[in-house]
Design a protein around this ligand. Structure first.
Ligand code: GAP
Length: 457
């Protein structure tokens, strides 16, 4: 099914699911996401991130890195390159196996991935949209080709990496020797991946250039099950900890015909949105596939010798592989809410209930009135102090209610208002986004109060 037609699960739960158009519109309007090369008509499946988008992405990446690398003594990080030796992709199996099968409807000309077609359409060879006859499946390799070198005939064809994790296998031996790690241990990386997706779509969900985060955890074969279960549970808890609608999260086991060429077993952590249940992260039992293939293709022995028992073996791998872009999209879909007018807010508002850790702007500093110089000066002083600690915005345009709503819509967890009382006793109003509750704090207490609320450490 094409991604735009992939809306298999309507809202079945308590809270209505947010239409994708709302997120696309907010993203463009407020500077989260823009279509890439828009002035030339855009490129399908490729996006750019605006001022708020880049802050949100950085916060997402930082939190993942902190919780996967920084606090785990048995995990280290690397940053590999997008371009590698072309043999890497032969060894990894991507040149041969990284393909999608596509069928086209003879009547309406829509294209569908064979693995996304409902069973009955597959059996009856029938288009799920117009009922027309489907053509013969065609096979497409998803790897994006590129060339190294300038002289025609001497240029080397290679690929933009189709999955970021390959760098980890390539650097595994260097990490082992340079960091004194011993099995069991893990290597993490966040990095771009490129795929010539045959059906890109649904905004950031399926793109041609996107960013993945990976943990590759190297274990003794006898401990594979233990570590697979361990990381599977930890990653599920991680996702549960960053969303509001925890009932929209589940595991789904891959069927035997669905497994990637490298996986002996796999579970997806799925999130339910307007797109139905969809993959957010994959937990893959990669076994010895990667290191043995790279040993074989490169001639470099990647087996491990246990320093105590002297046992020699190819380590097995547990992979947890998710997407920065899908996290970005699912967080927005999870956090977006349109509130009707109420006693607290007479006009109603759009609010992004993002966890304060991820909010692109942590605090907005607002003088009650723009035409009172002392209020403006004090508010600017507070902003200039806070911006060294966290992302702070100064805003004095429009009435205070409108300014609050502008911040609610981008998920700013706190607004600090400088009013006439501030000039007398140096206290300010701190308004919290979700409950719209307000407290008064002394200006000197503000930095510590906010830092504690908006950082995870
Ligand atoms: N190394 C394993 C691997 O690449 P995958 O399930 O193909 O596995 C892992 O990808 C994650 O990357 C997915 O769970 C998803 O979050 C993200 N991802 C994959 N393809 C994507 C695409 N076309 N656009 C955006 N994110 C994508």
């Amino acid at each position: 099914m094409t991604q735009t037609e992939d809306k298999t699960t309507p809202s079945t739960g308590d809270t209505p699911l947010v239409p994708m158009e709302k997120i696309v519109s907010l993203s463009k309007r407020r500077g989260f996401v823009y279509p890439n090369s828009e002035i030339y008509g855009g490129v399908s499946g490729i996006y750019d991130f605006g001022p708020l988008g880049v802050e949100l992405r950085n916060n997402i990446r930082r939190y993942w890195w902190w919780s996967m690398v920084q606090i785990n003594d048995n995990v280290v990080g690397i940053e590999g390159n997008i371009i590698t030796h072309p043999r890497v992709w032969e060894a990894s199996g991507h040149v041969e196996n990284f393909v999608d099968r596509l069928v086209e409807c003879k009547n309406c000309k829509r294209r569908f991935r064979v693995d996304h077609l409902p069973e009955e359409n597959l059996e009856q060879n029938k288009c799920p949209v117009c009922g027309g006859e489907l053509g013969e499946p065609r096979v497409f390799n998803l790897m994006m080709e590129t060339y190294i070198g300038v002289v025609e005939g001497e240029r080397m064809k290679t690929y933009l990496r189709g999955e970021a994790s390959q760098n980890i296998y390539l650097d595994y031996d260097n990490v082992l020797k340079s960091s004194r790690m011993q099995i069991p241990f893990g290597i993490c990386q966040i990095g771009k991946a490129f795929r010539n997706e045959v059906t890109p779509g649904n905004f950031l969900f399926r793109q041609r250039e996107f960013e993945q985060w990976d943990l590759q955890f190297f274990v003794h074969p006898s401990e594979m099950q233990k570590w697979f279960d361990y990381w599977k549970a930890r990653r599920f808890e991680w996702y549960k900890g960053i969303i509001n609608h925890t009932d929209r999260l589940r595991f789904r086991a891959h069927g035997p015909n669905e497994l990637a060429h490298y996986a002996k077993q796999a579970f997806d952590i799925e999130y339910r949105s307007i797109l139905g249940w969809q993959e957010w992260e994959g937990i893959h039992w990669r076994q010895e596939w990667d290191l043995s293939r790279h040993s074989q293709f490169s001639g470099h022995d990647l087996s491990y010798t246990d320093p105590e028992t002297k046992e020699r073996y190819i380590p097995w791998i547990v992979e947890t592989s998710g997407g920065v872009d899908r996290t970005f999209l699912f967080l927005l879909l999870d956090a977006y809410e349109e509130e009707s007018p109420s006693d607290k807010d007479k006009e109603g508002r759009t609010v992004l209930r993002l966890h304060p850790w991820f909010a692109p702007v942590k605090v907005a500093v607002l003088p009650l009135q723009k035409n009172k110089q002392e209020l403006v000066t004090t508010a600017k002083d507070i902003h200039n102090h806070l911006k060294r600690l966290m992302v702070s915005q100064y805003d004095d345009v429009a009435n205070i209610g409108r300014r609050y709503r502008r911040q609610d819509e981008i998920g700013t967890p706190f607004c600090v208002t400088v009013d006439f009382q501030t000039l007398e006793d140096q206290t300010v109003t701190v308004r919290e986004r979700d409950g719209m509750t307000q407290i008064r704090l002394h200006m000197n207490e503000l930095p510590a109060y906010l830092v504690e609320k908006v950082t995870w450490m």
